[in-house]
Ligand binder design. Sequence first.
Ligand SMILES: NC(=O)c1ccc[n+]([C@@H]2O[C@H](COP(=O)([O-])OP(=O)(O)OC[C@H]3O[C@@H](n4cnc5c(N)ncnc54)[C@H](O)[C@@H]3O)[C@@H](O)[C@H]2O)c1
Length: 247
Amino acid sequence: MDLLENKVAIVTGAGSGMGKAISQLFASKGATVIASDINEERLSELATDKIIPVVANVADENDVSKMFDKAKELGHLDILVNNAGIMDSFKTVANLDDATWQKIMDVDLNGPFYTTREAVQMMQGQDQGGVIVNVASIGGLFGGRGGCAYTVAKHGLIGLTKHVAAVYGYNGKIRANAIAPGGVATNITDTIKDVDPDGVKVAMSFGENLPIGDPDDIAQLALFLASDNSKFINGAVVTADGGLTVR
Ligand SMILES: NC(=O)c1ccc[n+]([C@@H]2O[C@H](COP(=O)([O-])OP(=O)(O)OC[C@H]3O[C@@H](n4cnc5c(N)ncnc54)[C@H](O)[C@@H]3O)[C@@H](O)[C@H]2O)c1
């Protein structure tokens, strides 16, 4: 039996990078994946009999409901992967405008809040419970790996992970864990524009030769955390950065 056979998963930000790798890996392991993204073109390339594309902006509650309507149609939701995210061009607090702060909060923190609320409501009513995997960042663990808004949002996402794990996971019914990737080769660089040199200086202060991972490195970890193989792991933040932050 495949690791995720008969499971239904929602993956946000599925059109590119880690979300794409996670969706394809989960589908190859037997899951039906509701793959959501704001980028319709990228999503349509992903569609198969196991991957159902739903165009949705995680920052929009009505769009989020569309993903969950699809899960309700399928009868259950076993896995939610909060992966969609954008960067803030390393803007330090003194140089951060309201619009950038708001946009990062909307996508990187409010989005996971909306999806998690719906997922927990659905999973609570299921005998088998469910699993939530949040793609945070090493920026969610340290002060200088992103700009101000990204750092705050990713710390918040780790807080959301721990809240769900503590409140709903004590009996193992709904588990929630976070992944904290370091540098991974994806299209997220498209969201970096007009960088703040002060923020970049701090982010780069730990060295020039950063280890860079592949989206599949993160997908393999997401698979483990989403599967019953990790059934005793709840409320954890697993770093996947090639050793960057160990030094
Ligand atoms: N790449 C890295 O080095 C790195 C490091 C640490 C953490 N992360 C995190 O990994 C996650 C995935 O990023 P990635 O690197 O694969 O980037 P990516 O840009 O390749 O993919 C992100 C996807 O999210 C989608 N997206 C953006 N805003 C959205 C919204 N409002 N609603 C729905 N979808 C939206 C994009 O269209 C894109 O397809 C993000 O949360 C990011 O913060 C990335």
